[in-house]
Design a protein around this ligand. Structure first.
Ligand code: NAP
Ligand code: BGC
Ligand code: ZN
Length: 356
C-alpha cells in the first residue's frame, strides 16, 4: 500500500510502498479516506518535534485521519463504519494514564503519538487500531472528519482553561485567539458558542483569505504588526479568555497583559528553545494581583474527540469548507504540504467513501 513518510535524516515527505497491516486481536483494519496536515506535521518533517519509531529510519506521517472500517475483526464495529482515530498509544503495554482514559495527561516517555512521536501515523491506504482508540463519526462528516482531531485539541484546552475558573463566578464575554493558522481558525469558530465578542490575531496584511474567514464569523482581525498582544486592551479591550495558537513564545507571556482581571489563557504552541527578555516581575505581579491563569494544554482524550464531533456537526458547513483550501489525491501529496499565505487547511485523500 501507499504511505507518506519522512526519513529520519530527510526534510521532506516521500511516497513509499509498505505492506498492508494485519489487525491483531482487539484491533480493526481501517481504510483511510482523508488525513489532514497541520503545523505539527511541518515541525515533524523539519525534525523539530517528535521522532521515528524505535529501530526504524522513517515515520509514516499523519495524525488527523478519518477512515472507514474495512475489517472489524473481533471489535464491536461493522464494515462501513466511519471512524476517527485518537493519537496517543501506550509505548510498552498499558499504563495508568491510558487505564484512566487520560492519555493526554501522560508525561513524556509514557506515550507514543501516531505520526508524530515513536509510532507510525495514518497517512497510508490502511491502518489498524485497537477499537478503544476509534471514535465513531456520523455520515455528514465523511468529508470533513479530518478536522475532528484538531477540533478535539481546542475542546480539551477550552475545557481545562474554563475549569481553572470554576472556583468562582466567572461570566466570560470576550476571547482572543492568537494565530490564524488552522488550529486558531477552527477554535475561533468553536468559541462562538460561548463568547459574545471574538478577536483573532495574525501578522498578515489584507487581502488575505484567513482575514476573510475571521470576518465571516463576525470576529475582529488584529494585525500583530500594528497591535502587539500586550496592546490589545488599549486598542480593543482586555479579554476574558486567550487561546494561544501561534507557537510564538513571547505570546505566552504578553498574553498576561491582554487578559482582563480573573481571565485565563490556554497555551497551545510548541516552540523550540528561545531566549528573550520579559519583565518577569511585572507579569508575575499581574498574574497574582488579578487572579489570572495560564494553562498549558497538549493532545486530547476520547471525550474531547466526541465533543469535537458535536461541535463540527453544529458549525456552519460553509465556514468549514472555506477553511479547507485543498484536498489532494495521494499521487499529488506534495501540494498538501505547501505552507504559504494561500493555504489554510489541507488534506491528502487516500480513498473515497462508498455508500453501501
Ligand atoms: P500554523 O498553521 O503554523 O499556525 C500558526 C499561525 O500563527 C500562523 O498562521 C502564523 O502566521 C501565526 N503566527 C505566528 N507567529 C505570529 C506572530 N508573531 N504574530 C501573529 N501571528 C503569528 O499551526 P497550527 O497547526 O495552526 O498550530 C498552531 C500551533 O499550535 C503550532 O505551534 C502547533 O505546533 C501547535 N499545536 C499544538 C497542539 C497541542 O496539542 N498543544 C495541537 C496542534 C497544534 P503566518 O501563517 O502568517 O506565518
Ligand atoms: C497533535 C496532538 C499532539 C501534539 C504534540 C498536535 O499537533 O494534534 O495530538 O499531542 O501535536 O505532539
Ligand atoms: Zn495536530
Amino acid at each position: 500500500m501507499k504511505a507518506i513518510a519522512v526519513y529520519e535524516d530527510g526534510d521532506e515527505p516521500v511516497l513509499m510502498e509498505k505492506p498492508r497491516p494485519e489487525p491483531s486481536g482487539g484491533e480493526a483494519l481501517i481504510r483511510t479516506l482523508r488525513v489532514g496536515v497541520d503545523g505539527t506535521d511541518h515541525e515533524v518533517i523539519a525534525g523539530e518535534h517528535g521522532g521515528t519509531p524505535e529501530g526504524e529510519d522513517h515515520i509514516v506521517l499523519g495524525h488527523e485521519a478519518i477512515g472507514v472500517v474495512e475489517d472489524p475483526n473481533d471489535t464491536p464495529f461493522e464494515v462501513g463504519d466511519l471512524v476517527v482515530p485518537t493519537v496517543r498509544r501506550p509505548p510498552n503495554g498499558a499504563n495508568e494514564y491510558f487505564a484512566r482514559g487520560e492519555p493526554d495527561m501522560a508525561p513524556s516517555g509514557r506515550y507514543h503519538e501516531r505520526g508524530i512521536e515513536g509510532d507510525h501515523g495514518f497517512m497510508s491506504e490502511y491502518f489498524t487500531s485497537p477499537a478503544e482508540y476509534l471514535v465513531p463519526v456520523p455520515r455528514e462528516l465523511v468529508e470533513l472528519g479530518f478536522l475532528v482531531e484538531p477540533a478535539s485539541i481546542a475542546e480539551k484546552a477550552i475545557e481545562h482553561t474554563v475549569a481553572s475558573r470554576s472556583a468562582f463566578h466567572w461570566e466570560p464575554e470576550s476571547a482572543v485567539v492568537l494565530g490564524n493558522g488552522s488550529l486558531g481558525l477552527l477554535t475561533l469558530a468553536i468559541l462562538g458558542d460561548t463568547f459574545d465578542r471574538r478577536y483573532c490575531l495574525g501578522r498578515r496584511d489584507r487581502p488575505d483569505p484567513t482575514i476573510d474567514v475571521i470576518e465571516s464569523l463576525g470576529a475582529t482581525y488584529i494585525n500583530s504588526n500594528e497591535t502587539p498582544v500586550s496592546g490589545i486592551p488599549a486598542a480593543y479591550e482586555a479579554v476574558d479568555f486567550v487561546f494561544e495558537a501561534t507557537g510564538h513564545a513571547p505570546h505566552a507571556f504578553e498574553c498576561i497583559e491582554a487578559l482582563a482581571p480573573n481571565g485565563a489563557a490556554a497555551l497551545l504552541g510548541v516552540p523550540g528553545d528561545w531566549t528573550f527578555e520579559i519583565d518577569g516581575g511585572k507579569l508575575h505581579r499581574e498574574l497574582v494581583l488579578h487572579n489570572k491563569a495560564l494553562v498549558g494544554s497538549v493532545n486530547s482524550g476520547y471525550d474531547h474527540f466526541e465533543a469535537a464531533v458535536e461541535s463540527l456537526s453544529r458549525l456552519p458547513r460553509g465556514y468549514l469548507d472555506d477553511l479547507v483550501t485543498g484536498v489532494y489525491p495521494v499521487e499529488e501529496f506534495e501540494a498538501a504540504f505547501v505552507d504559504d499565505d494561500t493555504t489554510i487547511k489541507t488534506a491528502v485523500e487516500f480513498g473515497r467513501y462508498e455508500e453501501r
